[in-house]
Design a protein around this ligand. Structure first.
Ligand code: PRX
Length: 635
């Protein structure tokens, strides 16, 4: 039996029990057998959730890129590491071997060093899904700089907030990006953002769409000529296991986005381990995750997890609907994809289209189908299973978070029997539990409660950049000695988990986490707006869409509501990005508030859900009359 590669259910239970009985020994065996370390650890795990402080493989030294690239060179030098599939199917795909990846990462590392980047510096990467993105991420890791990838759909304001929060010295971007039939002026967005970022001294610009752009003298440099002149070798920086590898921002229910800090050794061990098991990756397989590297899914399961296993990973620049809704399936056929990992929102969007978009293509290479990012509804699950998997391809519904770094609850294909909408069982090393509202663990089955994790795992985020107190308050204060996920879940008789959704003010729209507070802040900046509240409501494709209740300032003036709606969405697009636009905006004279001034979102949520049969207790409201008005005018 191998800890590393689980092949059937019996083995899963054996390995799982072992991982809980003696976690240190379990992870030590995995770390010892499958990675190269420059120096061995002194201690496998040290932890204290009350501080909270977690350290894995303390004292060990390594460079993650030596594990993701160099160590494969003797045996897999000519193997394709990355298949780049461009936005336009007429443009040829690129196959980048491990040897080429090594050269490109070394060249980029040399460029970074020449431009003054040192170990520990923060580098913001704002790039489309082109090979330079993966190369930049790995080059930062090679030199020991902390990368902060910002999804290239975020606005200038959102980008500036993230750059300033972690004091980035450099931004790596491109002239622009392709998105289906459109192009986006990325460099223009960076220029706008940098108006308010004094910390950035250098901008490196990759050429992608050949557009005319402004280059600021002394600050901006075209990337390619620098790469062309750089050495193809670079001695990897020796990092401590607990040195930060990257920062990745995720929305919180309140305030600024949270810069989750992931460290090196544990993250590597866990992403590699979970990748191998959840996708049952075999040596000559081609694996494709459709996420963007701007999200955690891309970090862990396009770049680090697959490359640490010497896998071939597909990077797709485009969108599922361009040039038509058959694009995903065309790519599966073209590259003979074996493992395919996507989000429920994409599945729902594609399931609405004509079956001919699927039937044209040969999908027989598929062995495992994955989903992530939000609960998958039963209908979408069955479509995925029947139409894409032909009823023969296991679906892994993987539950995890930016904060967890890696997949936490998921079936293991060919081992765990699946049930639609259930993420099923925890991976080895993961100890989830359900808590009731009084802070007690619910031990029985079946059970419904708040999902927590009671023991550390190697890839957990260690802190929030610059704000450890917030890390503690958000994740370790709701329940004593527990990591609180912010999700609700139910557990059935067999111990399977089903994630029921967020229990806080985070709303997941098309698989993207959106905090209500930053959107409300953006709306409130409109000169006509006095106050606002956002809730989610069910949407066929996006899972949830946003419903805004807006109170206008009393000026005595008549305002055109349709124009205001457009202006509000424009403002949200500028401040956050188009993903946070509202589907419905209702103007109202007030919001239901408790006597302590808190908005009762529960009521607003019910109205948005058109579920007003039982609004629950409204007696504690300061202004119960406003509920009637809101119900009458609901959209
Ligand atoms: O609510 C859960 C939902 O997505 C949240 C995490 O979002 P993010 O940090 O952006 O990471 C997404 C990719 C890992 C979770 O708190 N979520 C994620 N996967 C699932 C899910 N909800 C239900 N089922 C899933 N498989």
């Amino acid at each position: 039996m191998s800890n590393y590669h689980i092949k059937n259910l019996e083995e899963y239970y054996q390995v799982y029990r072992k991982s809980v009985r003696d976690p240190e020994n379990f992870w030590e065996e995995v770390a010892e057998e499958h990675f190269v370390w420059r120096k061995r650890w002194n201690k496998v795990l040290e932890w204290d959730f009350t501080k909270p402080e977690v350290k894995w493989f303390e004292g060990a030294q390594l460079n993650i890129t030596e594990n993701c690239i160099d160590r494969h060179l003797p045996t897999r030098g000519n193997k394709t590491a990355i298949i780049f599939e461009p936005n336009d199917p007429k443009e040829e795909a690129q196959h980048i071997t491990y040897r080429e990846l090594h050269e490109r990462v070394c060249q980029m590392a040399n460029v970074l060093r020449d431009k003054g980047i040192q170990k520990g510096d923060r580098v913001c990467i704002y790039l489309p899904m082109i090979p330079e993105l993966a190369v930049a991420v790995l080059a930062c890791a090679r030199i020991g700089a902390i990368h902060s990838v910002v999804f290239a759909g975020f606005s200038a304001t959102a980008l500036a907030t993230r750059i300033n929060d972690s004091d980035c010295k450099m931004v790596i971007t491109s002239d622009g990006s392709y998105r289906g039939a459109k192009t986006i002026d990325l460099k223009g967005i960076v220029d706008d953002a940098l108006e308010s970022c004094d910390c950035v001294t250098t901008v490196l610009v990759a050429k992608r769409i050949q557009s005319e752009i402004f280059m600021k003298e002394g600050r901006d440099h075209w990337l390619q000529p620098l790469l062309d002149n750089a050495y193809k070798d670079f001695t990897a920086e020796v990092m401590n296991a607990e040195d930060p590898l990257f920062i990745l921002y995720t929305s919180g229910s309140t305030g600024m986005p949270k810069g989750m800090v992931h460290t090196t050794g544990g993250y590597m061990v866990y992403t590699a381990y979970s990748f191998k098991n959840v996708f049952q990756y075999r040596e000559h397989d081609v694996y494709w995750c459709t996420a963007d590297i701007g999200w955690i899914t891309g970090h862990s399961y396009i770049v680090y997890g697959p490359l640490a296993n010497g896998a071939t990973t597909v990077m797709f620049e485009g969108v599922p609907s361009y040039p038509d809704f058959g694009r995903f399936w065309e790519i599966v056929e073209k590259h003979k994809v074996n493992q395919f990992y996507t989000a429920p929102t994409a599945i729902r969007a594609l399931a609405k289209e004509n079956l001919t978009f699927v039937e044209k293509y040969d999908l027989s290479s598929l062995k495992v189908l994955g989903t992530v990012g939000e609960p998958i509804n039963e209908e979408a699950w069955h479509w995925y299973d029947d139409v894409i998997g032909k009823g023969q391809t296991p679906i892994v519904d993987t539950w995890w978070q930016t904060e967890t770094g890696g997949i936490m609850i998921s079936p293991i294909p060919f081992a765990t029997p699946t049930i639609p909408t259930f993420a099923t069982l925890p991976l080895p090393g993961i100890q989830p539990c359900l808590m009731d509202e009084n802070g007690q663990e619910i031990k029985g089955r079946p059970a419904n409660g708040r999902l927590c994790v009671k023991f550390p795992w190697p890839s957990m985020a260690r802190t929030i950049w610059g704000n450890h107190q917030r890390y503690k308050d958000t994740y370790f204060s709701a329940f004593e000695n527990m990591y609180f996920t912010g999700d609700g879940a139910l557990r059935d008789n067999t111990g399977y988990y089903r994630i029921t959704g967020r229990v806080d003010d985070v709303i997941i729209v098309s698989g993207h986490n959106l905090g209500t507070a930053p959107i409300e802040d953006a709306i409130n900046e409109h000169p006509a707006v006095a106050e606002s509240a956002i809730v989610g409501f069910p949407h066929d494709i996006k899972g949830n869409a946003l419903y805004g209740y807006v109170i206008l300032k009393e000026t005595g003036e008549e305002r055109n509501h349709d124009n205001l709606r457009k202006e509000i969405n424009q403002l949200i697009t500028e401040k956050i990005g188009p993903i946070a636009k509202l589907d419905k905006i209702q103007f109202t004279s007030g919001l239901p508030k408790t006597r302590s001034g808190k908005i009762m979102r529960r009521i607003l949520r019910k109205i948005a859900h058109k579920d007003t049969s039982s609004l629950g207790d409204t007696s504690t409201l300061l202004n119960p009359e406003v509920v009637e008005e809101i119900m009458e005018n609901a959209l």
